[in-house]
Ligand binder design. Structure first.
Ligand code: ADP
Length: 541
């Protein structure tokens, strides 16, 4: 027997409708690509989204057509997101830091019909344009600009389209399983692969990330997503902000520490989200500026392991609670986030801190398990120390990659993340590594993440990566590539000595190489593959 309650499809358009109706005057503050600030609100974001939806229809676009964006986090990008997905098209967010060949590949693979772009990416667009014959329209996210018109004569200007089109638009009622947005994995091996989210998966993920035990978001929050909208949908924050009616502060191109400190202090940001390298920059800049980041109550760290020293600094020096979260493009991204349980209240502060360091536990809607490395479906103990392949299953987890006919899942229906981790009985997840970054020394595994965390805990180290270097006897041995903190005179031996009481003797790295910079991926993670290419043979000579 069926129940008697209403059915409404779970659609992204309902988020912007809700935000406009119940949080219409809640601000959306946006730093533009030229550095100016625009102050708008959810009412105007919604109206402009409808204007753009009319404009896209006017260009002959239909449901399911792919519309790409190459843009910073700003208000036009936000409007475009809701216009595209809300009207049934697929919003393909492109990471501009991909190599041009990868960019061309994904624009063609996705069959994008329109590309919207910020001025920063004009040279990029000029470079790829000749190789993307499917793209019928380029829309510049701004007012008329002579440079842009000279470079791309057929370009359309976003502000003109908004001015010409009506804000009367009825969002179509489509199937909640329709594709809503598309994001490619960064493709550290081979071509990038597309994760195609649905309206349903997005709405369920939005509920889950907003919960108190996830990111704890509300209409009282002033949210700064530093994580780009082209990186797994800014971890879903633009959707969650509309759902809960939060104020948004969109940082535009200024992702450096000083710009972020200024935004946090000026607009009284309460919650900010980003990868560890962003926070490293922020902490340095806050110290230099003498800011206490007074308004910031919590920051969410994900994408790479949060170094313990960083979490301690946020807490002790800034009274800011760090929420460590884990996820990936294929998981929308939230797979786990770290909040304490009631039973942890009786722990000592030190033990509570230990719990907080893990990647947290899954929210309702996803399940995690670890399996043995050989057959990949035999589940291992949840005892807090056994490690295995981390696998995930749930409402917002990928099923198959775009355009691939085969499933991306194990024979029993789980997605294997490529991460190596342990789980405890409460589901707290501790990631030891990505399987390809593990260091295999004489048949024993060493976690690169653990060594990095220790190195970055040294007050004279600004950033550090641990990589596997080839070794004639042990096959692989750990080598640390490190950037010294400003004015530090630390020596290789001093850093190696620092490991002595922190890991087993055989896990102490063989060598430290000091460098001025460490290459980062398009999403701000240390590019260990490049480091391995550059330094992988240093122990052979
Ligand atoms: P890519 O790094 O390929 O661009 P994603 O951005 O989807 O892909 O990153 C997902 C990966 O990032 C995870 O599989 C995991 O290895 C790593 N990761 C994400 N969050 C964390 C975290 N909190 N701690 C450690 N590693 C993390």
């Amino acid at each position: 027997m069926l129940g008697n309650m209403m059915f409404q499809p779970l659609l992204i358009s309902s988020l912007i409708e809700h935000a406009a109706r119940y949080h219409g005057d809640t601000p959306v503050i946006s730093k533009n690509t030229d550095g100016t600030i625009t102050k708008t609100d959810w009412t105007h974001i919604s109206e402009n989204a409808k204007r753009l939806a009319n404009a896209l229809r006017g260009l002959g676009l239909n449901s399911a057509d792919r519309v790409a964006t190459i843009a910073w986090n700003n208000h036009r990008h936000l409007e475009a997101w809701y216009a595209i997905s809300g009207s049934g098209m697929v919003c393909h967010t492109i990471n501009p830091r991909l190599f041009p060949e990868q960019l061309i590949f994904i624009i063609n693979d996705a069959q994008d019909r329109v590309v919207l772009f910020d001025k920063t990416f004009l040279p990029l667009i000029k470079g790829v344009k000749a190789h993307t014959p499917n793209v019928e329209h380029f829309i510049y996210l701004g007012a008329f600009d002579q440079d842009v018109a000279d470079a791309i004569p057929e370009v359309k200007f976003y502000d003109a389209l908004i001015a010409e089109n009506s804000a009367d638009f009825d969002w179509p009622e489509i199937d909640e399983l329709s594709a809503s947005s598309l994001c490619y994995t960064s493709g550290t091996t081979g071509n990038p692969k597309g994760a195609l989210y649905t309206h349903r998966s997005t709405i369920l993920h939005t509920y889950a990330i907003s919960l108190p035990d996830s990111l704890n978001l509300s209409s009282r929050d002033i949210m700064l997503p530093v994580v780009p909208m082209f990186h797994v949908n800014a971890w879903g924050t633009p959707y969650a902000a509309a759902m809960v009616g939060a104020t948004m502060v969109l940082p535009g191109p200024g992702l450096d520490g000083a710009s972020l400190v200024q935004l946090i202090d000026e607009f009284k940001v309460t919650v900010a989200l980003g990868v560890p390298t962003i926070w490293q920059g922020l902490l340095t800049a806050a110290k230099q500026a003498g800011s206490k980041l007074d308004s910031l109550k919590r920051n969410i760290v994900g994408g790479s392991a949060c170094p313990p020293a960083m979490m301690a600094t946020f807490k002790n020096d800034y009274d800011c609670e760090t929420i460590h979260a884990w996820g990936m493009t294929e998981t929308s991204p939230l797979g786990s986030s770290n909040q304490l349980k009631a039973k942890h209240a009786t722990l000592s502060e030190q033990d509570r801190f230990k719990v907080r360091l893990s990647q947290g536990r899954p929210p309702f809607g996803v399940n995690l398990r670890i399996t043995d490395q050989e057959n990949g479906t035999h589940e291992l103990e949840r005892d807090g120390h056994t490690t295995g392949n981390l696998q995930i299953k749930g409402h917002w987890i990928i099923n198959q990659y775009l355009g691939k006919s085969s499933s991306a899942l194990t024979s029993d229906g789980w997605f294997d993340t490529g991460d190596i981790a342990s789980l405890d009985q409460d589901g707290y997840l501790t990631l030891s590594d990505r399987s390809k970054d593990l260091i295999k020394s004489g048949g024993e595994w060493i976690s690169s993440v653990e060594l990095e965390n220790i190195a970055m805990g040294h007050p004279q180290i600004a950033m550090a990566a641990a990589i596997a270097a080839h070794h004639p006897k042990w096959d692989e041995r750990p080598v640390i590539i490190a950037i010294k903190a400003p004015d530090s005179e630390i020596t290789e031996q001093a850093l190696l000595d620092y490991f002595a009481d922190k890991v087993a003797k055989w896990q102490i790295p063989d060598k430290v190489i000091f460098v001025d910079s460490i290459p980062l991926t398009g999403t701000g993670k240390m590019l260990k593959r490049d480091l391995r290419e550059q330094f992988g043979n240093v122990l052979l000579s």
